[in-house]
Design a binder for this molecule. Structure first.
Ligand code: 5RP
Length: 273
């Protein structure tokens, strides 16, 4: 692997733990102003210092992130469908690798829709992106998207989708956690991270998901709604870091969460006269 590719991979998967906590804020590209991501700059600002990577589109990067930021960027480069249509798989590459280099990002991400009406196009998009990425040292993250069919998230389907993405040349795969996740990991020769999916019932459930995924071989999370739709997003991100980087149990992560919440609630000490 060339130096540039290795350097970018190390930005996506920091070598200290070999794991990553990516903050996904790219939902607007097909969902519009999602709840608590309406003002994307305001959502990102307090969270960015605690994330290993920010996953977003070029429009949000240019308009809503300060260029002095040092947090590595994973740039979403596929799109072309919205929630207003039934079939979300009709995507194309919407941003070039040349533009990704101009923005100095650590990697590019696209969705692949295995088994969906536009499966073929999305896999060809992946192949073209890998060609351009290999040529210029830009890692490609394949996202095994399921569109509106959330029930597709089982081990048999995800193992197939992740393996196909790795075979075409993805350097990293983002998928979903599921029962039998170890089988998904076993069949995928490149590192995997997991998305959180729609907001779960509790912070405990999201921390359990991250814990179980990492315990079964995921290299971390690329999570969005379960962080920024939480009432305590910074605390939630810190608790996730404890799970992913420090090997915390769910109980220990909940203690981190509670400690951070208590700090949020504590009155600011007044300056002595
Ligand atoms: C949107 C995405 C999201 O980045 C991904 O699903 C992670 O976010 P969440 O944890 O909210 O599911 O790929 O298309």
């Amino acid at each position: 692997m060339d130096w540039g590719m290795r350097n970018r991979m190390a930005r996506l998967l920091p070598p200290a733990s070999g794991r990553t906590v990516m903050l996904a804020v790219d939902h607007g590209y097909f969902m519009g102003p999602t709840r608590r991501l309406e003002n994307v700059r305001a959502t990102i600002a307090p969270l960015a210092p605690h994330a290993d990577v920010l996953a977003l589109t070029r429009g949000v990067l240019r308009t809503s992130v300060d260029p002095t930021i040092t947090t590595p960027i994973l740039l979403r480069v596929s799109g072309g469908a919205t929630v207003l249509k039934e079939d979300l798989s009709h995507e194309a590459l919407t941003t070039t690798v040349r533009e990704a280099h101009r923005l100095n990002v650590a990697g590019v991400a696209l969705s692949v829709f295995v088994g969906a009406p536009h499966e073929h196009e999305s896999l060809v998009n992946l192949a073209q992106l890998v060609e351009a990425g290999e040529e210029t040292g830009m890692p490609v993250v394949a996202i095994t998207a399921v569109g509106k069919e959330l029930e597709k998230r089982d081990a048999r389907y995800l193992a197939l989708a992740c393996r196909v993405a790795a075979e075409i040349g993805a350097h990293l795969v983002k998928t979903y956690y599921c029962d039998g996740f170890d089988k998904v990991v076993e069949g995928c020769p490149v590192p995997l991270v997991v998305a959180g999916g729609p907001k779960l019932d509790s912070e405990r459930a999201a921390l359990e998901l991250a814990h179980d995924a990492v315990a079964q071989g995921a290299k971390g999370v690329d999570m969005g709604r379960n962080i920024w739709q939480s009432d305590h997003p910074v605390a939630m991100l810190k608790a996730l870091r404890a799970v992913v980087h420090d090997g915390a149990t769910v109980r220990e992560a909940l203690d981190v969460l509670e400690g951070e919440r208590a700090r949020d609630r504590a009155p600011t000490p007044s300056v002595a006269a």
